[in-house]
Design a protein around this ligand. Structure first.
Ligand SMILES: [Mg+2]
Length: 169
């Protein structure tokens, strides 16, 4: 079970992700992003992230957002032009990931999940048979409390994980 918490890849920021590798080596056709602490950091979406999203779209990738948060600013969603979104998703349950795959009309194995939370994003992605990309930034701290209440809700009392990262290609 421990392996399910390990991401396929780890990066410091979204713009470090290699689209060429995802598309040509991993045959990825779609990206599911977490919102808080992943796309949205320090109260904004960085120019580097916006540029990455544009490049991903230009290369034909389908893009979606799956967030556990109830409040995802629609102004920001319009600004970054992502319309396939699900708020209050209850990650790491598999259902929201698999439902999103259906909406994207892609098999789970052709989707990469990009998120900053080992449990809700990485564990959820791995169990859903999606490629998992962990964004290890240092803006995670405020979200830990929220996650705790979510784990509780789905019956997880203790979470243990290694802080080991996969090496980046
Ligand atoms: Mg997050």
């Amino acid at each position: 079970m421990g392996k399910l918490f390990l991401p396929d890849e780890t990066y410091r920021k979204i713009s470090d992700i290699s689209l060429d590798y995802l598309i040509n080596e991993k045959k990825i056709k779609g990206l599911i992003f977490d919102f808080d602490g992943t796309l949205f950091t320090n109260n904004s979406v960085s120019p580097d992230t916006l540029n990455f999203l544009k490049r991903a779209k230009d290369q034909g990738l389908k893009i979606a957002i799956l967030s556990n948060n109830f409040h995802v600013s629609s102004t920001i969603l319009r600004t970054i032009n992502i319309t396939t979104t699900k708020k209050l998703a209850f990650k790491p349950l598999k259902t929201p990931f698999l439902n999103m795959a259906k909406r994207m009309k892609l098999p789970p194995s052709k989707i990469a999940v990009i998120g900053n939370n080992r449990l809700s994003d990485i564990w959820g992605a791995n169990r859903s048979n999606m490629f998992s990309i962990y964004i290890q930034n240092f803006n995670n701290f405020t979200f830990k409390r929220t996650n705790k209440s979510i784990y509780k809700k789905i019956g997880i009392k203790h979470v243990k994980w290694k802080s080991k990262c996969n090496s980046v290609k």
